[in-house]
Ligand binder design. Structure first.
Ligand code: AGP
Length: 627
């Protein structure tokens, strides 16, 4: 998704804008530009491709300018050309936009009929000319923006710089994230707080329907009706250092290695081993009426969706409450049956995924309770939910999600335990006084002692999984030229297969599919031949023997097995062309946190060998804020 940064400073701003855009590169983009206003003139530098192409052009901009905006564009309408790059400008105005204007065609046709000449193919340029038209009536910028937003349908985070008010930048937020940062002698805006971390941790998260104005010394926020709002800044608890590579070659590799610490921190934050209790308060469960919940629906996209599919196993088993998992992009258009006894849970690293946010808004409109599992405080989805379990995994910059996935799985597991604990205390489940036999069974269905034991050893097991990376690199080198790859798993490991396939696809561009082992003979086995590597995830769980049968089926057709399982599993080793040892948890859901680590390393090393852009794979964005 596009990145936006704006600065109004009492000194100079160009370099800080550029560095802010660098911190937004992880969002994915294909062109970039910066505009400044100096001595009554708008100056602009734009380029196709990466920021390294823009940097040489910065010297053209007035270096003493104290006001400017920058943009990294992830193309939606129009090719990634310099002409389509933002900022879009007239003599009087510069504008940058993150999002999609859904009714831009009819607006553009009207403007063309009125004689407006368009330079680009973008939807964003329409907003520029609508604003110019409003300002030409002699209105102030705030009124002009109020007039413009009335005409727009879609999602937009806008930055506006205007010769008529040379010491101010204006921001509009509707459907695309925009934050305002407060400095000592300067103020900022950006599409996410990560861009501003080295400059400030005092952040105002704008809400939909708000207009902001920043000068070097002041910040004001109005709603779209023009009502002045009081918006106090939040203090972001991320440090600038947590958002850099810390000596690793790629953000993705750093984030893979952060997983033992993330898992350990989450457990220490949410689990009280002394009292054998989960920290209900920290999970936000006191904000929910658990007693009335009769069914749970998870909504998510991509990796988050796969983590939610694992939640179905542990949450349903622990609570006895029916759990369904929906692709957010499908759920929101399905008009599903929902009521006040439904708890809808959004799972999202960024907290900004447009389809997932839309599902929560729909759930709220149907009277459901809403909850989210999210990694970014104050982002849009937690702000739309009644309660949130924050993953606190630290910034995840690599587009391919790694530590967020394992953190999500752990959070789902702890949510299930906490909910089951509340049921066991009689605080939820059937609201009738006489808990029926089913509910009593629910209360007794969780072996809490075993769960706590499995949690106790999990961080060290994750650490051990990380330490196998050397062997995995050797395996990766053998398969980096494969054209296809299958990933097989059963039970919760099926989701590891899905996630492993997604990792390989998104960073190495090799076609890969994750399949339930039992599905192989229903079609995919036709793909198997001696050119097809098949990653078989076979932990020592209740599905093991069936997985071994699937592996035998593949071997009978010369399929190339890459076995992932217990280091002492001689049977799996004997059936594998290559074998990757993986520590074993006593719990099959927690096992997914261990089994996914080899998947992450395998895709990473294959991508590195293939020379693809590991942290910013082609066509991808870290947070998909458009639908
Ligand atoms: C995962 O590697 C991908 N980058 C993508 O599938 C991601 O999980 C998905 O876009 C959801 O993002 P979110 O967790 O921020 O909502």
């Amino acid at each position: 998704m596009c990145g936006v940064v704006g600065i109004v400073s009492s000194t100079r701003c160009v370099q800080n804008i550029f560095e802010g855009l660098q911190r937004l590169e992880y969002r994915g983009y294909d062109s970039a530009g910066i505009a400044t206003l100096f001595e009554g003139k708008i100056h602009i530098a734009k380029s196709e491709g990466k920021l390294k192409n823009l940097e040489p052009l910065l010297s053209k901009l007035p270096q003493n300018s104290g006001i400017g905006m920058g943009h990294t564009r992830w193309a939606t309408h129009g090719a990634p050309t310099t002409l389509n790059a933002h900022p879009h400008v007239t003599d009087e105005i510069a504008l940058i936009h993150n999002g999609i204007i859904e009714n831009y065609r009819e607006l553009k046709e009207t403007l063309i009929r009125e004689g407006v000449k368009f330079l680009s193919e973008t939807d964003s340029e329409v907003v520029l000319h609508l604003l110019a038209k409003e300002l030409s009536k002699g209105t102030a910028m705030l009124d002009a923006l109020k007039g413009v937003v009335k005409q727009l349908h879609g999602a937009y985070g806008l930055g506006v710089m205007w010769k008529g008010d040379p010491n101010s930048l204006y921001i509009v937020k509707q459907g695309s994230p925009v934050v305002i940062g407060l400095g000592k002698t300067e103020n900022y805006f950006a599409s996410d707080a990560l861009a501003l971390l080295p400059l400030t941790q005092k952040i105002i998260f704008l809400n939909d329907g708000e207009i902001g104005k920043i000068t070097a010394s002041d910040v004001q926020v109005w709603d779209f009706s023009g009502k002045l709002l009081k918006r106090d800044p939040s203090i972001l608890n991320w440090s600038a250092s947590s958002a850099d590579k810390a000596g690793f070659r790629h953000y993705m590799l750093k984030e893979i290695h952060e997983q033992p610490a993330v898992i350990a921190n989450t457990i220490s934050r949410l689990v009280n081993f002394g009292s054998s209790e989960i920290n209900i308060g920290e999970l936000g469960l006191n904000e929910l009426d658990l007693q009335s919940v009769r069914n749970i629906i998870y909504v998510a996209c991509g990796t988050a969706h796969y983590s939610a599919m694992i939640a179905k196993y542990c949450v349903e088993q622990m609570t006895g409450i029916p759990v369904s998992v929906e692709l957010a992009s499908e759920f929101r258009y399905r008009d599903p049956y929902l009521n006040q006894n439904t708890l809808v849970i959004a799972v999202t690293q960024s907290g900004e995924t447009a389809d997932t946010l839309a599902c929560i808004k729909h759930a709220v409109s149907k009277g459901c309770q809403t909850y989210s599992v999210c990694n970014v405080r104050f982002s849009s989805i937690p702000r739309a939910c009644q309660a949130t379990l924050y993953m606190e995994a630290g910034p995840e910059v690599g587009v391919a999600s790694t530590k967020a996935f394992t953190s999500m799985v752990l959070c789902h597991y702890l949510f299930g335990m906490a909910f089951a604990q509340e049921i066991a205390k009689g605080k939820s489940g059937n609201s009738d006084n006489n808990l029926n036999a089913t509910d009593k069974k629910v209360a007794s269905r969780v072996n809490f002692a075993a769960n706590f034991e499995a949690l106790k050893v999990l961080p060290s097991l994750v650490d051990r999984a990380i330490n196998s990376s050397g062997l995995i690199e050797d395996v990766a080198v053998k398969y980096y030229e494969s054209l296809n790859c299958l990933f097989l798993g059963r039970g919760p490991s099926f989701m590891v297969a899905l996630e492993g396939a997604l990792k390989l696809k998104e960073i190495s561009y090799i076609h890969a599919e994750g399949y339930a082992g039992g599905e192989l003979k229903h079609g995919p086995i036709a793909l198997v031949d001696k050119h097809m590597p098949i990653v078989a995830i076979a932990p020592l769980d209740l599905h093991y023997e069936k997985m071994i049968s699937n592996i035998e089926e593949v071997r009978a057709r010369e399929g190339v097995i890459i076995g992932v399982g217990d280091i002492n599993d001689s049977k799996l080793k004997s059936l594998s062309v290559d074998f990757i040892p993986c520590p074993q948890s006593q719990d099959s859901c927690l096992q997914t946190i261990l089994s996914v680590v080899p998947m992450q390393f395998l895709s990473y090393f294959i991508a590195v060998k293939r020379g693809t852009d590991v942290d910013q794979p082609r066509n991808l964005a870290k947070s998909v804020t458009v639908e």
